[in-house]
Design a protein. Structure first.
Length: 562
């Protein structure tokens, strides 16, 4: 059966997308996971993969054309399948318009429509009470679907609800915090009304485009009918909302009642604690005493972010890179087996998927080199005497990589299938360890920035990563990546390439070792680096030439200023 693909929401502020390129044409066979199109958003150009196997039967607009979020982007089905009914339904949808032909044809009227566009839904007339056909909930004004808040997001976890069922909601108010595979983002309401239904409790998952919540007027919305439609159930005669003798709305089937106050988690003068269920669960997993956590939610409520940011003054075990105390695990009784099962987070799930794809798609090979860091050590000490921000060795290596990439564009490239994209800009990703795994914020145009600028930006991005405050613009667009484990005492290691890059540089620690120079043995500062290369793009000679240039820059840092 033919399936419509709607324009996805590829960033938190996206309201429309421009077709940068179609990689398939009508009539072509499409496989699940195959690149279908490139979509230009307000922040980046992203690749859109097909969600199913079939034949491309229809495209909503040609290259350069614009579509609003949730507009018909494409139809995939069986060869020769009749899709006239789907196209007719799309054409009759209020607000539907002909696709724009190019970026330059936007009129004032179109711009107004763009400004007023809603990212998750468009209003339509409610279905009659006697309707017996399936209801498309994406077209119901009161429905809020789970938005796609990152380019790799397939589902979101409800980190916290800032409103409960029955609360009034104003346009622009934060109604929920959504944890994606890369960050925790605030979701604002797109309209005024009352929160009538939530699709999941805190800590639960919702797939992209599934029913997140319903906001509207109690007397005008049949929550039960919408919920049934969302679950794919047959809707016949939706019943109006009912009231009891006091005039208060009764809970409708499928609609969770407002979460009752938990007597053990309400802040009073007697010291009782108020915390979200997710915060409680995370605190229990980490061994954190909620009495010692300062709540930043409504009325001092402890939310997930408070647990993530908690830094104990004294904790059991050592303090790692993030400053969080490691939980002490007592030895199991003799002869008794025990273990913990930890739910895989969104971030860890995506890391696993992307790294497996990278490792088993890109043919990796590795180049290792030892670099004399004596002059870099000396230069860093002198730089930090006058720099407004402390410059690290990682900052110096990042700057050296940026300068070297300018001379070796083949390393600053990516595999595109039929083509190799050779980037003229240099955006360097910096791997940052966070609690749930790894994030790679990006320093853009790194070759044009001073060491102090790089140091400031890396520190800011690393802190935002650990606080889960990164936005899509902070992690998109990398052309080369560095990963540094030197601060953990690691001398050398190999890293898995971070798509779409063709190379990643693994940086070890600086060690004082015996060095032979001019027939004499002396103690020198040596750092080992290993570059993982995608052999489809970079050959051994090109990778080696890049490392030779990097070595020259680090062994004589003044070269970076030329």
């Amino acid at each position: 059966m033919a399936e419509a693909i709607l324009m996805p929401r590829l960033s938190d502020t996206m309201t429309e997308g421009v077709i940068a390129a179609w990689h398939k044409k009508v009539g072509d066979t499409v496989k699940k996971g195959e690149l279908l199109a490139e979509i230009e958003t307000d922040k980046a150009t992203m690749e859109l993969e097909s969600y199913k196997d079939g034949t491309l039967l229809h495209i909503g607009t040609g290259q350069g054309g614009k579509l609003q979020v949730n507009d018909l982007l494409a139809i995939i089905g069986r060869p020769g399948e009749d899709i006239s009914g789907m196209l007719k339904d799309q054409a009759q949808s209020p607000g539907a318009k002909a696709p724009e032909k190019s970026k330059d044809q936007t009129s004032k009227k179109d711009q107004k429509a763009k400004d007023e566009a809603k990212p998750v839904s468009r209003p339509i007339e409610s279905a009659p009470a006697s309707a017996t056909k399936a209801v498309d909930i994406s077209k119901i004004e009161e429905v809020v679907l789970m938005p796609r808040l990152s380019d790799t997001m397939t589902e979101g976890v409800i980190a916290s609800w800032q409103k409960k069922v029955g609360d009034p909601v104003k346009k622009g108010e934060v109604i929920a915090e959504i944890e994606t595979d890369k960050a925790t983002m605030e979701l604002e309401s797109y309209k005024n009304g009352t929160l009538l239904y939530v699709g999941a409790k805190e800590g639960e998952k919702i797939a992209v485009n599934d029913l997140l919540c319903i906001i509207g007027e109690k007397s005008k919305v049949d929550v039960d009918a919408i919920v049934k439609a969302a679950k794919g159930q047959h809707v016949t005669s939706p019943a109006p909302a009912t009231t009891n003798d006091s005039g208060a709305n009764k809970s409708q089937p499928g609609q969770p009642a407002a979460e009752p106050a938990d007597d053990d988690s309400v802040v009073h003068e007697n010291g009782r604690i108020k915390a979200s269920p997710l915060a409680k669960r995370l605190a229990a997993e980490k061994g954190i005493d909620l009495r010692k956590v300062h709540g930043t939610g409504d009325g001092g409520r402890i939310i997930k972010e408070d647990i993530d940011n908690y830094r104990p003054e004294i904790g059991i075990g050592r303090t790692g890179e993030m400053g969080a105390a490691e939980r002490f695990v007592p030895a199991a009784p003799v002869g008794e087996e025990s273990y913990d099962e930890i739910t895989v987070s969104q971030m860890r799930r995506t890391i696993a998927k992307r790294l497996v794809e990278s490792k088993f798609t890109a043919p990796h090979f590795y180049l290792t080199m030892s670099i004399d860091m004596d002059k870099a050590v000396e230069s860093r000490d002198r730089l930090n005497e006058t720099s407004p921000v402390k410059i690290s060795f990682n900052d110096i290596v990042l700057k050296a990589c940026a300068v070297a990439l300018r001379s070796h564009p083949a390393v600053n490239s990516s595999w595109q299938g039929d083509t190799i994209r050779r980037n003229h800009h240099i955006h360097i990703g910096v791997a940052v360890a966070v609690e749930d795994g790894l994030l790679v914020p990006v320093v853009r145009f790194a070759d044009n920035k001073s060491l102090s600028q790089i140091a400031t930006e890396v520190k800011d991005l690393a802190q935002k990563a650990k606080d889960k405050k990164l936005q899509p613009k902070d992690w998109e667009g990398n052309t080369f990546t560095i990963s540094n484990l030197g601060m953990f005492g690691i001398e050398e290691f190999t890293a898995i390439i971070n798509p779409p890059d063709s190379c990643i540089l693994a940086i070890g620690g600086i060690s004082q070792v015996p060095v032979v120079m001019d027939g004499q043995i002396r103690i020198g500062n040596v750092m080992k680096v290993t570059m993982s290369c995608d052999h489809r793009v970079v050959d051994g000679a090109k990778g080696s030439a890049f490392l030779q240039t990097l070595k020259q820059l680090l062994e004589e840092p003044l070269r970076m200023l030329v």
